[in-house]
Design a protein around this ligand. Structure first.
Ligand SMILES: [Zn+2]
Length: 255
């Protein structure tokens, strides 16, 4: 019954017309949206209404939240949800936004089992046991405005949230069938190994080297490349592109 009311409320929110101001903000700050087929753009605006009604935003480090900030982040987050029966990032309650790079205190993994105590600057992060996602506003906006450099902080962090929905931060989101899990593991496993080798030898890749860190980062980095460098990704990593096309049910190389 709860699910019934929830889905009815969401359908109502999706049907609300988006304000001209929000539409202009999205088109100005998230220009990738202008490339979307018209029906996808309208679907996205509907998702944005649900997302903003359900998620709690908080300004941190002196940042005063505005509609521009909320709408710009929501539009990017919701682009990852098109064409699917989505539960709108069910593990996520709050989005904390800092003006810029923020410092996280504590222990940091330097790699190879070596840990360091101290403060580390961050642009964004989230975690499978956190119900929050943290973003630096300047990087969230900058990543959205430059649509072809393969870097998008918001896509990256929300891809982690999709990954967590499968119960583990392991680089595998919820897929449709056993067959899809098998091909995902085969293709992404091989691509992850290839990126590790490339990062050791310094060979260039469409995929950011940070994806060599672990399979969860690989999926997040691959998501950024899929939406922001789709043509290169498709030509150099066709099998990976195909897995992501099937998962996201979108074909950005054709936009
Ligand atoms: Zn990450």
């Amino acid at each position: 019954m709860v699910a019934f009311f929830k889905s009815r409320r969401r359908a109502r929110l999706r049907a609300l017309p988006i304000s001209d101001e929000w539409r202009r903000t999205i088109e100005r700050n998230v220009p990738i949206v202008r490339r979307l087929p018209g029906a996808d753009r309208e679907e996205l605006f509907g998702h944005v209404q649900v997302f903003l009604a359900e998620k709690h935003f908080e300004g941190c480090g002196g940042l005063e939240l505005t509609d521009e900030i909320r709408v710009t982040i929501a539009a990017q987050a919701c682009l990852l949800l098109l064409h699917r029966d989505t539960d709108y990032y069910p593990l996520l309650t709050s989005i904390l936004v800092y003006p810029s790079t923020y410092v996280v205190e504590g222990e940091h993994h330097l790699g190879g089992g070596v840990w360091e105590e101290g403060d580390e600057p961050h642009l964004g992060h989230t975690g499978s046991s956190l119900s929050a996602l943290v973003l630096a506003w300047d990087s969230s906006l900058g990543g959205a405005r430059v649509i072809d450099d393969g870097e998008n902080l918001v896509f990256h962090e929300f891809a982690h949230q999709l990954d967590f929905e499968s119960g583990d931060a392991n680089g595998t989101p919820l897929l449709e069938s056993n067959g899809q899990y098998a091909s995902w593991a085969r293709v992404l496993g091989a691509e992850f190994d290839a990126l590790r080798r490339a990062s050791e030898t310094g060979a260039p890749s469409v995929l950011d080297e940070y994806g060599a860190e672990n399979p969860a980062e690989f999926f997040a980095v691959a998501t950024e490349a899929f939406f922001e460098r789709p043509i290169e990704l498709r030509s150099k990593h066709a099998a990976l592109y195909e897995q992501l096309r099937a998962f996201y049910r979108q074909d950005p190389a054709e936009w």
